[in-house]
Write a protein that binds this ligand. Structure first.
Ligand code: SF4
Ligand code: SF4
Length: 136
C-alpha cells in the first residue's frame, strides 16, 4: 500500500477509485472562458503528458486551403485540433495520436489536412500537396 498522497503519485501509480484532479487550486472561475494555455492543469491531467511519440503518421494542416469549417476540431477524439474564435489554428502535436479522423472529415478538395510520415517536416509535406481532384 502506497503512503504517497494522490497528488504525489504518478499517473501509473494511481489505484482504482482514486480521485484525479484536473486543475491546481480552487476553481472559482469558468474554465471554458480561460484559454487552455492559461489554465493551471494538475500534474495528473492528461494535458500534462506528452504522448506525441505514440504517432507513426501525423496530420499536416494546409492553411491556404482551410475554410475553417471546424469539422476537424469537432471530430478529433483527442481534442488535439487547436481552434480560436472558430478559426483553425493548428494541431497539438504533444497530444495528437495520428488516428487520421480529422483528415477523413475535412471537406475541402484537396483536403486541408493530410497524413504524412512522422519524420517528414511539415514544410516539406506542404510542397507535396495534391492538386484538386476534378469531377468531385
Ligand atoms: S490525427 Fe486524430 S488525434 Fe490527431 S488531430 Fe487528427 S483526429 Fe485528432
Ligand atoms: S476540417 Fe479541414 S477545412 Fe475544416 S477547419 Fe479542419 S482543416 Fe479546415
Amino acid at each position: 500500500m502506497s503512503t504517497k498522497s494522490i497528488k504525489e503519485m504518478g499517473w501509473d501509480e494511481l489505484v482504482i477509485g482514486a480521485a484525479v484532479y484536473s486543475f491546481e487550486g480552487t476553481i472559482n472561475y469558468n474554465v471554458a472562458e480561460v484559454l487552455p494555455e492559461d489554465r493551471h492543469y494538475a500534474e495528473t491531467n492528461s494535458k500534462m503528458a506528452y504522448v506525441g511519440d505514440w504517432r507513426v503518421f501525423k496530420p499536416v494542416w494546409n492553411s491556404e486551403l482551410c475554410i475553417d469549417c471546424q469539422n476537424c476540431w469537432l471530430y478529433c477524439p483527442d481534442t488535439s485540433i487547436i481552434s480560436r474564435d472558430k478559426k483553425m489554428v493548428g494541431v497539438d502535436y504533444d497530444h495528437c495520436k495520428g488516428c487520421g479522423i480529422c483528415v477523413e472529415v475535412c471537406p475541402t478538395n484537396p483536403k486541408s489536412l493530410l497524413m504524412f510520415a512522422e519524420q517528414i517536416k511539415n514544410e516539406e509535406a506542404l510542397t507535396q500537396w495534391p492538386e484538386k481532384t476534378k469531377g468531385e
